[in-house]
Design a protein around this ligand. Structure first.
Ligand SMILES: [Fe+2]
Ligand SMILES: [Fe+2]
Length: 180
C-alpha cells in the first residue's frame, strides 16, 4: 500500500472513530475542565466552553496526549485544546459531519469556497469544512499566540504545506489522529 493510501485509511479510521464518539453527549470530567481553565487564557476558555461536550472531550484528549510528549509546553497544549474551535461557528449537525467525512477527499479549497457561497445543503457542508479558517480568526481576535492561531488553520493540511513549527505540529497531528 502506498504512503498516501496509508494516510487516507488512517484518516478514514480517525473520522469513523470521531463520528461514533461525537454521538455521545457526555461532558468532560470536571477535573479536566479545571485543567483546561488553568491552561488557557480567560478569553480562550470562554470560547472553549462553547464547544459541544464531545468536541471538548476530543480537545482534552488531544492536548493531554501532546502534554505527554512535550510536558510543560503550554503553547502545544493550548493549540491542542483549540484546534477545532471553529466548529462553534458553523453548522455541525450529525448529517453535516457525516457528509463532511464522506466528501473530504473531494473537498479542494476551491470547491469548499464555492460550496460555502451557495445555498442549501452544500452551503452547510462548505461552511462546516471551512471551520479551520474561522477558528483561526476567532483565536486571533482573542489574542491567542501565533502557533495556536496557525495550527487551527493548518491542522488538516498535509505536512508538506505546514508553515508552523514542525515538532509541535507532528505531536499534535499524531494526537489528533488517535484521540477520539
Ligand atoms: Fe479538525
Ligand atoms: Fe481534532
Amino acid at each position: 500500500m502506498s504512503k498516501s493510501n496509508n494516510g487516507n485509511s488512517s484518516q478514514l479510521a480517525h473520522l469513523v472513530r470521531r463520528f461514533f464518539a461525537s454521538l455521545g453527549q457526555r461532558s468532560p470530567d470536571p477535573s479536566d475542565v479545571v485543567w483546561v481553565k488553568e491552561t488557557l487564557l480567560q478569553a480562550e476558555f470562554e470560547l472553549w466552553e462553547k464547544m459541544s461536550p464531545s468536541d471538548q472531550r476530543h480537545s482534552i484528549a488531544v492536548a493531554q496526549m501532546a502534554r505527554s510528549e512535550l510536558p510543560n509546553d503550554v503553547t502545544t497544549m493550548r493549540a491542542g485544546l483549540l484546534h477545532d474551535i471553529g466548529k462553534i461557528g458553523v453548522p455541525s449537525g450529525l448529517i453535516t459531519r457525516v457528509a463532511a467525512a464522506i466528501s473530504k477527499p473531494l473537498a479542494t479549497e476551491d470547491r469548499v469556497n464555492r460550496w460555502s457561497q451557495g445555498k442549501g445543503p452544500l452551503a452547510s457542508l462548505g461552511a462546516f469544512m471551512s471551520y479551520p479558517q474561522l477558528g483561526a480568526s476567532m483565536l486571533r481576535e482573542v489574542g491567542s499566540d501565533d502557533f495556536t492561531v496557525m495550527w487551527a488553520t493548518e491542522h488538516h493540511l498535509p505536512s508538506t504545506e505546514w508553515t508552523v513549527e514542525r515538532t509541535r505540529a507532528e505531536v499534535l497531528q499524531r494526537a489528533d489522529q488517535f484521540a477520539v
